[in-house]
Design a protein around this ligand. Structure first.
Ligand SMILES: [Zn+2]
Length: 261
């Protein structure tokens, strides 16, 4: 057992006993942590509002060995997620960002830069930036940091470069990227997307790799500048990717239909 101090965002809380909570945190230094917060449900909780969903808090916890839950001993609020006052869509997007991190990460496996990406996305939602752009950037950053960025240019089955001067291009999330016409019949769950959709996704992915997955990339094309069909297809691709990677449909995806419009 060791006492650890770090910063964390609260991903989930579940009631545990009459006075305590089990909290799921995503920490800067230890990846995801599941810990018991004793007394957190008391009227005078020692944690005050530091365990509210998506709060950024400075935490101290006792790291247990094996499968046992860690023990949260201190949590101090650093920054609160305020999108509830901005609107429902930014609020749902924030919940989705937290759910995505929770679904795609394992306890005690740190992932460099992921806490910063999540903080940045929540700040963007708070300051009323476009939820669709914020979420797409966050999804791509997360997928990149986890090493799951799909192939946007070369066929995942044969390696040939994809020709983009055609009506539609085949994409398979489960195979990990675009598929050429020859290989398409052999791949599962193919989505057909317009070349313009592929171009948006590929250029976003390029921006990310060139900036070393930095959070701030200047002069992005706003999501709303794309046609409704391209926007809907981008969401279709991202949903399929997220479902494949998390091996289930995340609950908050159902609340993000407005991102397509
Ligand atoms: Zn091929």
């Amino acid at each position: 057992m060791s006492l650890e101090k770090t910063e964390a965002i609260v991903l989930k809380t579940v009631e545990w006993s009459e006075t305590s909570l089990i909290v799921t945190l995503f920490t800067r230094d230890f990846g995801k942590v599941s810990a018991i917060a004793k007394g957190a449900r008391r009227l005078k909780s020692p944690f005050e509002s530091a365990l509210d969903l998506l709060s950024l808090s400075s935490v101290v916890f006792l790291k247990k060995s094996g499968e046992s839950l860690d023990l949260l001993t201190e949590a101090k609020l650093v920054r609160r997620f305020r999108s509830a006052s901005v609107g429902l869509l930014p609020l749902y997007c924030g919940y989705y960002a937290g759910e995505l991190i929770n679904a795609l990460t394992e306890n005690h496996e740190p992932i460099a830069g992921l806490l910063e990406s999540l903080c940045h996305a929540l700040e963007e939602l708070d300051r009323q930036a476009s939820p669709a752009t914020t979420i797409l950037d966050f999804e791509l950053q997360t997928i990149q940091r986890l090493g799951h960025m799909p192939s946007w240019r070369w066929c995942v089955a044969c390696g040939e470069e994809i020709e983009t001067d055609r009506q539609s291009i085949a994409f398979s999330a489960s195979s990990g990227g675009v598929v050429c016409p020859n290989c398409a019949p052999t791949q599962r769950s193919i989505l057909r997307i317009k070349p313009q959709t592929l171009e948006v996704l590929e250029s976003k992915a390029m921006e990310l790799s060139e900036s070393g997955a930095a959070n701030i990339v200047a002069e992005r094309t706003p999501f709303t500048a794309h046609s409704p069909q391209v926007r809907a297809e981008i969401r279709g691709v991202m949903e399929q990717l997220v479902i494949c990677l998390s091996e289930r449909r995340l609950r908050m995806l159902d609340y993000l239909e407005d991102l397509k419009r």
